[in-house]
Design a protein around this ligand. Structure first.
Ligand SMILES: CC(C)(COP(=O)(O)OP(=O)(O)OC[C@H]1O[C@@H](n2cnc3c(N)ncnc32)[C@H](O)[C@@H]1OP(=O)(O)O)[C@@H](O)C(=O)NCCC(=O)NCCSC(=O)C[C@@H](O)CCCCCCCCCCCCC(=O)O
Length: 719
């Protein structure tokens, strides 16, 4: 609702009330219309202030209303009647004004923001554009380049930046509503013509065509197939080149296309999924609302390789005291230098002081005796990790949480080496750990809810999107990656090239195709793991067993590349060629094409034409099938957990919502039918066999993804 009151004898105060963010749902919209009418018709009222309750102006249109029949007054005429009012209307912005919330403020004659408030037009992140005249008013107020930047990125800006841009008129340090009321009284009687933004001409831009062409080109390159940023540019262009009324018409047309698009549905799903995963639960019933963590003041990082360095930096930048331990002399010296550099660069970017004093370096494990939490980041070697956990258990004070940054290994085996296995959890960061947003928090069968709560809270403090998952090989992310990568290799054997596969995946929206990722992360990493698993045979093996390991289809292509010393970017040669070692500019390599032809000839394989569609179906459906197995095994609590892991950690295009949402969009019966087809053609690839949960969901009428958790409960009880 919106509450109306008369304050200071002459100011009509309209307070938006719709917790938690005062979104502009139908009831609020009705409330605003009624309140404005009251204020404008009351001769005692000389000016109007609009604010939001509980220190929050307005989070924008009610996203939960989208996809419903959306009754109630529309926003655009409401904002026009505010702007046309003959009494000054002032927006008092506390907390934030986002999307429709900022558009409401732009319909007012003046805007006053609290110094801690943030404002923005984040519609693009929901697959939309600011379609309550925001795309037309903002460029008229702050100019085309600044408006383009805000609207196409959706970034939230501070009150100080908003003031500098001319987006707000005044910044208040104390009571914003009181300030706005006084301000509203002070401007009574002043002409309002110059305050009605829709009457403004956009400030002229030299070479307007060139500017828009450049922006459009940049966005096409970076948007990876997302349509909303392009529509945003088109809308701002309309503001820059057309009269307000025509620009508004263009905004409406563009919004009509976006509003019902699959991309908008996917992005809005991601918005809510990100919030769903923070409400974690474990199969034993423990959950975020019943489990309390403990405060962490001092942490330690063990092992200062790439991951350990990033984790230490992330902790220090969050404000934790960190003991960074590395026992090898050379690595220790290199790490100190590297971490200092990372902190300096971080400080330069953020404008804060570099957190050097937060880190104590040591080569001695005894230095961590008094820490509250340890993150182990030594090599991925179970024997080594077990030894470290035994030592940690001896050295640390009782009650210290012991976390491992392993990306695949069994948490439970490490916990078994300690005196308090309930305090052991995985904290799987993604490289570079001080940059990447995702954190998989992995609980083993003995991890306590308290330990999970601590890791989740720590992740949140560090600005990570944390997802709690169960213990299995590769957890969620890397477990699903394996069948995807297997299919990419099998497609090479059958006639594809790395370029063909990568192009299909990049056109789908991945930042990088599977083979470019291999080259980036190093082919030798997986080779080492496969060797430890006994999968690698010299020369790739021979005879019938060459392409079968442990009873299932196996491609030795990655092993053979490593035997040739082709480890990817670091050696300047991998699935692509590079100008020099370390270079990132991947070029197709005729050597790789000959290598693949020789390989096929040796194995009697006849290359066939492989379509982009087949690449996508085989790689993605194999991955999705594993996702359903993960749900079936109770490793992830719901499809949202999987999707958020993929969007934040694996470059899955957000506008496609994550692999499980994508399956929901494609249609579960289609995914099942294609998997059945591929499984029949590849009986030696068990990961293509559709899993029971998928079959049961299809048999139960393919409920929408919002109903999967419910359906999973029923299915689990039948499995
Ligand atoms: C505001 C935040 C920054 C606050 O962050 P914080 O961390 O404090 O809190 P949370 O993020 O955890 O949120 C708390 C809680 O609130 C829920 N929530 C937040 N925002 C909204 C919202 N806008 N609507 C509904 N619910 C919201 C959130 O989900 C949490 O609850 P949960 O239960 O899930 O835990 C932060 O929340 C934030 O960033 N929010 C989103 C801000 C945003 O993106 N706003 C823009 C919204 S879109 C918009 O405003 C569109 C307008 O420009 C235009 C609208 C015009 C509509 C016209 C439609 C016509 C369509 C034409 C089609 C014609 C088709 C045809 O022809 O038929």
């Amino acid at each position: 609702m919106a509450q109306y009151s008369l304050v200071s004898g002459s100011v009509g105060l309209i307070t938006l009330k719709n917790p938690p963010v005062n979104a502009l749902g139908a009831v609020v919209r009705h409330g605003i219309v009624d309140s404005v009418e009251k204020a404008l018709s009351d001769p005692k009222v000389k000016s109007v202030v609009i604010c939001g309750q509980n220190g929050m102006f307005c989070g924008g249109a009610d996203i939960k209303e989208f996809g419903t029949d959306m009754k109630g007054p529309p926003l655009i005429p409401m904002f026009h009647s505010l702007e046309a009012a003959n009494k000054p209307v002032v927006a008092a912005i506390e907390g934030g004004a986002f999307g429709g919330g900022l558009e409401l403020a732009l319909g007012c004659h003046y805007r006053i923001a609290h110094s801690k408030a943030k404002v923005g037009l984040p519609e693009v992140t929901l697959g939309l554009l600011p379609a309550a005249a925001g795309s037309q008013r903002l460029p008229r107020l702050i100019g085309v380049p600044a408006a383009l930047n805000l609207i196409t990125t959706g970034r939230h800006i501070t009150a100080a930046e908003a003031l500098q841009l001319g987006l707000v008129d005044q910044v208040a340090d104390h009571n914003t509503v009181d300030t706005a009321v006084k301000f509203a009284q002070s401007v009574v009687g002043k002409s309002l013509d110059s305050r009605r933004i829709s009457n403004f001409q956009c400030p002229p831009v030299p070479n307007v065509d060139v500017l828009f062409e450049e922006v459009m080109q940049k966005i096409r390159q970076t948007s990876r197939g997302a349509i909303a940023p392009i529509a945003c540019v088109q809308a701002v262009r309309a503001a820059a080149t057309l009269p307000y009324k025509d620009g508004l018409q263009k905004e409406k047309e563009l919004m009509a296309t976006l509003f019902t698009s699959g991309q908008a549905r996917s992005l809005q799903y991601c918005f809510f999924a990100q919030r769903v995963v923070s409400r974690w639960s474990m199969p034993n019933g423990a959950s975020w609302d019943t489990s309390k963590g403990r405060p962490i003041h001092k942490a330690a990082v063990i092992g200062l390789g790439t991951m350990g360095r990033g984790i230490a930096v992330a902790l220090a930048q969050t404000g934790f005291s960190v003991v960074a331990v590395e026992t090898q002399e050379k690595q220790f010296m290199d790490a100190k230098k590297a971490v200092a550099g990372m902190l300096e660069r971080g400080a330069k970017r953020s404008g804060k002081v570099a957190a050097h004093d937060k880190i104590i370096y040591s080569q001695n494990l005894q230095a961590i005796a008094d820490v509250d939490l340890v993150i182990e980041a030594v090599f991925e070697d179970m024997a080594l990790k077990k030894r470290v956990f035994r030592q940690l258990s001896d050295v640390c004070k009782p009650g210290t949480f012991l976390c491992t940054n392993t990306s695949t290994l069994d948490i439970d085996q490490m916990a078994a080496e300690t005196r308090q296995p309930e305090l052991v959890v995985g904290m799987h960061f993604f490289a570079p750990a001080h940059v990447m947003k995702l954190l998989e928090v992995v609980y083993g069968p003995r991890s306590s809810p308290e330990a999970v709560a601590v890791a989740m809270q720590l992740g949140k403090k560090m600005g990570k999107v944390s997802v709690a998952v169960g213990n299995c090989r590769g957890f969620v992310g890397n477990r699903m990656l394996k069948p995807y990568r297997d299919q990419a290799y099998f497609l090479l054997e059958e006639g594809a090239t790395p370029e063909l596969i990568d192009q299909a995946l990049e056109e789908f929206g991945f930042a990088m195709g599977a083979f470019k990722v291999y080259d980036l992360s190093g082919l030798d990493v997986g080779w080492k793991v496969r060797k430890e698993e006994g999968l690698v045979l010299p020369g790739g093996g021979s005879g019938k067993s060459a392409r079968i390991r442990q009873g299932v289809r196996y491609s030795p292509l990655g092993d053979l590349m490593c035997e040739e010393g082709r480890f990817g970017q670091k050696t300047g040669r991998g699935w692509y060629q590079y100008d020099k070692p370390g270079s990132r500019d991947a070029k197709p390599d005729p050597w790789v094409h000959r290598f693949l032809e020789d390989y096929r000839a040796r194995h009697g394989l006849v290359a066939r034409r492989i379509s982009n569609q087949e690449v996508l179906e085989r790689c993605l459906y194999a991955m999705i099938n594993e996702g359903f197995r993960i749900l079936e095994d109770g490793i992830a609590a719901g499809p949202e957990d999987i999707d958020i892991i993929y969007v934040f950690g694996y470059g899955w295009p957000r506008h496609r919502g994550g692999p499980m949402f994508y399956a929901n969009m494609v249609g579960l019966p289609i995914v099942l039918e294609r998997l059945e087809h591929f499984a029949q053609a590849n009986p030696d690839v068990p990961t293509l066999q559709p899993c029971n949960l998928l079959r049961k969901l299809v048999a139960s009428g393919s409920p929408p993804i919002s109903k999967w958790r419910e359906a999973m409960k029923n299915v689990h009880s039948q499995l």
